[in-house]
Design a protein around this ligand. Sequence first.
Ligand code: ADP
Ligand code: UDP
Length: 237
Amino acid sequence: MKKEKELYSGKAKSVYTTEDPDKLVLLFRDDTSAFDGRKIDQLARKGMINNKVNAFIMTQLERAGIITHFDRLLSDDESLVKRLEMLPIECVVRNVSAGSLCRRLGVEEGLDLNPPTFEFFLKNDELHDPMINEYHIRAFGWADDDDISVMKRLTFEINDVLKQLFFEAGILLVDYKLEFGRYHGQLVLGDEFTPDGCRLWDVETREKLDKDRFRQGLGGVIEAYEEVARRLGVTLD
Ligand code: ADP
Ligand code: UDP
């Protein structure tokens, strides 16, 4: 399937139309950003690694019965996906405290969260993706009651599948962000699941294997992403 017109170019991916109005090409670029685009770099191989890790995770989720936008890999850094009408909402689940939760609530990093927490954020870089709740979502029409319950249900189902999958690879799934969109009336998991959008720690040492290495200037970002791929059994080259 060939790319036609660039529909959108985000911070890490570009989105193209195809000859099929129901399908898009996602191009995973090497661009890496943090702090709402204020820290930017190019990390060679990141696009390829994320494309392949995302394909693997989306396929595992489909096997577990969760409908995703993923269709197939097209090349090292491109995937074919269903064209969704994205909701402007990010769903974040946390199994362990880290990141903005610690900054917001003054709690230390690394506390087990049992039960896991669920948070909604508005997808808006200019406003720094503010936290919102279900009342904001309903009042401003970003989604309806059904969408809210489907997003919560799917996000927790995904947690059960992925916590186990990563644990078997010696990795703790600390937290992650998901985005959903509508496909012919049905809410479907979109965007990506890669070390750019989640926190992954080594189970034994708690070494960070995700984008926090970039955010915090720890170095070894690509090596960590490659390690995640290797442990999951994702073939890269
Ligand atoms: P951002 O927009 O946050 O900078 P990206 O660089 O990852 O993020 O850009 C990818 C964009 O594509 C995001 O805005 C995401 O919501 C959107 N997107 C992801 N999957 C789909 C899809 N299946 N259909 C339509 N849009 C999608
Ligand atoms: N996240 C993301 N995109 C965003 C915001 C958050 O992928 O725009 C991911 C982030 O990588 C982490 C989880 O969502 O895995 C929770 O992020 P948090 O709220 O702690 O914000 P951060 O500390 O990353 O600013």
